[in-house]
Design a protein around this ligand. Sequence first.
Ligand SMILES: NC(=O)c1ccc[n+]([C@@H]2O[C@H](COP(=O)([O-])OP(=O)(O)OC[C@H]3O[C@@H](n4cnc5c(N)ncnc54)[C@H](OP(=O)(O)O)[C@@H]3O)[C@@H](O)[C@H]2O)c1
Length: 286
Amino acid sequence: MRVLIAGYPGQLAKAIIAELIRNNIVFLAPPHYDFDITNNYQINNMISSFKPDVIINCAAYNSVEHAEEDMEKAINVNYKAVEYLVREAENNKIKLVHFSTDYVFDGSKNSLYVETDKPNPLNLYGKSKLAGENEVLSYDNSLVFRLSWVIGYGRNNFLYKFTNWITDKQIVKVSNDEISVPTFTFDVAKYVLMSLDKGLTGLYHLNNSGKASRYELASKYAKIMGFTNEIIPVPMAAFEVPVRRPLFTAMSNKKISDALGVSIPDWEDSLRIYCNALKGNADLIR
Ligand SMILES: NC(=O)c1ccc[n+]([C@@H]2O[C@H](COP(=O)([O-])OP(=O)(O)OC[C@H]3O[C@@H](n4cnc5c(N)ncnc54)[C@H](OP(=O)(O)O)[C@@H]3O)[C@@H](O)[C@H]2O)c1
């Protein structure tokens, strides 16, 4: 199997590469400037020169706040580029793996979201990601994984931002009514590869087990890392947020767990693994 990855060096792409290396799988992961998914010429070039059996698209426009202003770019990366990738994957009989988000939901449910629940995104980021996943799902030989609160060895995640906030503040406020599932990239990578191995297709929610508020996640992380800052729980409404965000978007991972015959680790167990790795090598997060 030959795997072409878009979205390197994003945090998920890095974890998938580590898993491909562990499994001795041939891959190519060009950086953003060499493989821009909004550049049709670069897509065609990568496909014809590398001849992948699988494309894993980790590239995305991920800034929920900026997407409202930067609408055209968010739509180009999360939807229009994906539309072209789907067409080329179909023409060349390549399997396409793509990632979406819990932000396709509006947060009005009070139990875990399942794949058959109707999406209703509240913001432009969620709308652009939903349009992208629908494109991918129109192609039979594809896999779409909806992820939530992705945390890996990189900067585009809540724990990296939280670590920055507390370096110059002894007291920090964190929302306790924003609830989802912290999801670690090393777990996602492992189950993505298992899904390819099993020949799965279709839509799956892929997150760690359990659920948490941002406050619980920050508190557990601070405790394990030995940070002594005071963390105060507040409602999200206490912050001036420029964009509508859903409050409850925790998803069930039952469909993928059943399909793979696995029990996906609880987020707290993976948080411990993550923190231990960081304690051993702080450069991992830089
Ligand atoms: N992060 C989360 O909390 C979260 C939550 C739910 C779902 N997801 C989904 O999970 C997937 C992986 O995200 P992640 O957390 O790994 O994000 P990430 O760390 O921000 O990585 C995204 C990567 O995509 C690259 N990229 C942006 N536009 C591109 C383009 N036009 N062509 C090629 N590469 C481009 C970025 O490069 P630059 O830095 O150079 O722009 C970055 O390296 C995405 O589909 C995302 O929507 C993420």
